[in-house]
Design a binder for this molecule. Structure first.
Ligand code: NAI
Length: 337
């Protein structure tokens, strides 16, 4: 019998491609592309599809893959997959529910410190040959109020790590974990209070209809003047336009963003606008993003909070297990609507 075709669209180092291939090639035909998946580079014989979050698995992609039986997302978040379209075709979707809650939390704390001590500006200055600290005064985290939105796996680890700085931690989650609150000595507060009283706000909630543009002009208006915002969750939680307004109006002192609204369009902004293949609204968000990236009060990183050696290996190994257990008729880590 012909082995099922597993197509991966993953930009990984050659050793990790090799690792993936070695583990699967006995039972599967393995095809790995460094590119993100589009309707133009898919293989219509694909039965199992593996991608990172940078590949949009849309209705159009699914339609062009008539043999597709399994989508394996090499990530925790799965908002890049059209789950409805997958369900209609009875395609199973799996994710990696946990691989790096500490990994992402460490990155979020790193971004917090980079903002609070202006590391992004300091490094640039010294590299330009200017060894001078004037104008680079930061602030301590000690006794600051830090608001955490979403106290799941990542948010709770951020809280655990920040406790070491002697900060006051407050949090909002629609499903508060009272045992965690007691264990980690933080306090759940209503969202309105979190906006009003936090010196730093760190986002760790998934992107859903409810969290889309959670940070908007109205919520920014209610924030403490001089607030810093950290986002390692999903770009869609923050309206880029509102963020820029918040920075320019002086309410937001700094923003450190590992994710951006519509980040998938970012690389090709000008090509897309020229070709008129994105809507005016999308073009506007892309332009806002470009201004945010260049802004002196921001740090923007390319969605890499997950990207430590240890975490990536855990992602790949769990994804391999997702594929082999599905084939054995015992699927694991299934994602549903
Ligand atoms: P999780 O599912 O363990 O925790 C999410 C928490 O958010 C839950 O406690 C949930 O109740 C809460 N939540 C749901 N709706 C909310 C709302 N409206 N307001 C506030 N909280 C809400 O997820 P985990 O593992 O902590 O990941 C959080 C997010 O981080 C993921 O959804 C993903 O989008 C993002 N992520 C980003 C990575 C990166 O590389 N930048 C890597 C991994 C995850």
């Amino acid at each position: 019998m012909k082995k099922p075709l597993c197509s991966f669209y993953l930009s990984l180092t050659p050793d990790l491609h090799q690792h993936l291939k070695q583990k699967l090639q006995r039972a599967y035909r393995v095809d790995i592309s460094q590119d993100t998946l589009t309707t133009n580079n898919l293989n219509k014989n694909t039965e199992i599809l593996g991608t990172f979050v940078d590949s949009k698995i849309s209705k159009a992609v699914i339609k062009k893959l008539p043999k597709l039986r399994l989508i394996v997302s090499l990530s925790t978040g799965y908002d890049h997959i059209d789950l409805k379209a997958a369900k209609r075709r009875s395609i199973t979707v799996c994710n990696v529910p946990s691989y790096g809650e500490r990994t992402v939390a460490e990155f979020a704390v790193g971004l917090t410190l980079s903002l609070s001590r202006k590391l992004h500006k300091a490094v640039r200055r010294v590299k330009a040959g200017e060894f001078d600290y004037h104008g680079l005064r930061g602030f301590d985290l000690y006794e600051k109020t830090i608001g955490i939105i979403g106290t799941g796996k990542i948010g709770s680890n951020v809280i655990r790590m920040l406790q070491g700085f002697g900060a006051h931690i407050i949090a909002y989650d629609p499903f508060p974990n009272k045992a965690l609150e007691k264990e980690l000595h933080f306090t759940y507060v209503p969202l309105s209070k979190l906006w009003k009283t936090s010196d730093i706000i760190s986002l760790h909630a998934p992107l859903t209809k409810k969290t889309h543009h959670l940070v908007n002009k109205k919520t920014i208006s209610s924030m403490k003047s001089g607030v810093s915002i950290i986002n390692t969750s999903r770009g869609g939680l923050i309206s880029s336009e509102a963020l820029l307004w918040g920075i320019e109006s002086g309410i937001i002192e700094g923003a450190a963003l590992d994710v951006l609204e519509q980040e998938d369009l970012l690389e090709d902004t000008f090509r897309l606008i020229e070709k008129k293949t994105c809507s005016p609204k999308e073009a506007r968000i892309c332009l806002m993003n470009n201004i945010i990236i260049d802004h002196p009060k921001t740090i923007v990183t390319p969605h890499l909070a997950f990207n430590s050696k240890e975490a990536v290996l855990r992602i790949i190994d769990t994804s391999i297990k997702n594929i082999t257990s599905f084939t054995k008729g015992n699927p694991q880590n299934i994602v549903t609507l």
